[in-house]
Design a protein around this ligand. Structure first.
Ligand SMILES: O=C(O)CCC(=O)C(=O)O
Ligand SMILES: [Fe+2]
Length: 235
């Protein structure tokens, strides 16, 4: 069905081991890519549409702060269309009887601009801090925002994408997360790369510019467990 996908592992044939989760993806923007509202399963139709509106608002507020943090016009990221493509994901991590043998989701950085994540009370999400994996403890009502790869590139490395993973669920209760990925919407118009405003003699560009085709080709040719797109663009 257009704009929707049910799956287990999106990199099943490219990764060394399957991970312990299932998910449902719904494209919510841009218009030509999004799922028709009437095609979204009824059980989450209303919620996914509302979540898209709220998560977009949160992401755009955070993007304003990120702009201000590096001396850009606060609307710069929004004006560049960095929230113009959006994907809703509902992920389900069932009880895993042998959690030491795999992960819930392999270590990765998100291949988008920014991610908004809500998790239920069952733990599992971890972020890499130095050499350590640190638990992101579920807090009722709290959202987790990930800086993702394109934010790292566009900000010329002022912000760095976060390496994260999900442990296989050892609790009897399923772990559930609701995620919104925000990405470049206006691909047709231009290439992307470090913003000229952030490049100077003292801060030369760290990444080269890239096109939509290059981005998608890379996404569908690599396993989840790698930061290879950023590595490929490094100057
Ligand atoms: O389920 C989670 O908490 C994390 C999901 C995630 O990192 C992803 O889908 O990229
Ligand atoms: Fe992620």
């Amino acid at each position: 069905m257009k704009g929707m996908l049910y799956a287990s592992n999106n990199d099943l044939y490219r990764s060394k081991a399957a991970t312990w989760h299932d998910y449902l993806q719904v494209w919510t923007a841009p218009e030509e890519q999004r799922a028709k509202v009437e095609d979204i399963p009824e059980i989450l139709r209303k919620e996914s549409v509302e979540w898209d509106v709220c998560a977009k608002k949160v992401a755009e507020d955070v993007m304003e702060l990120l702009c201000e943090g590096i001396g850009l016009e606060s609307s710069k990221f929004k004006d560049l269309g960095l929230s113009g493509s959006r994907l809703f994901v509902g992920a389900y991590y069932p009880y895993c009887p042998q959690p030491d043998l795999t992960l819930g989701l392999a270590s990765h950085t998100d291949p988008v601009v920014i991610t908004v994540l809500l998790q239920n009370q069952v733990p599992g999400l971890q972020v890499k801090h130095g050499e350590d994996w640190v638990d992101v403890k579920p807090l009722p009502g709290a959202l987790t925002i990930n800086i993702a790869d394109l934010m790292q590139i566009i900000s010329n490395g002022e912000y760095n994408s976060v390496q994260h993973r999900v442990r296989a669920n050892s609790c009897e209760e399923p772990r559930i997360s609701v995620v919104e990925f925000l990405n470049v919407g206006k691909w047709e118009d231009c290439e992307y790369g470090p913003l000229p405003e952030l490049v100077s003699a003292e801060k030369p560009p760290r990444y080269r510019r890239f096109t939509k085709d290059e981005f998608y080709h890379n996404f569908y040719s690599k396993g989840l467990d790698s930061k290879s797109f950023i590595d490929k663009l490094k100057l």
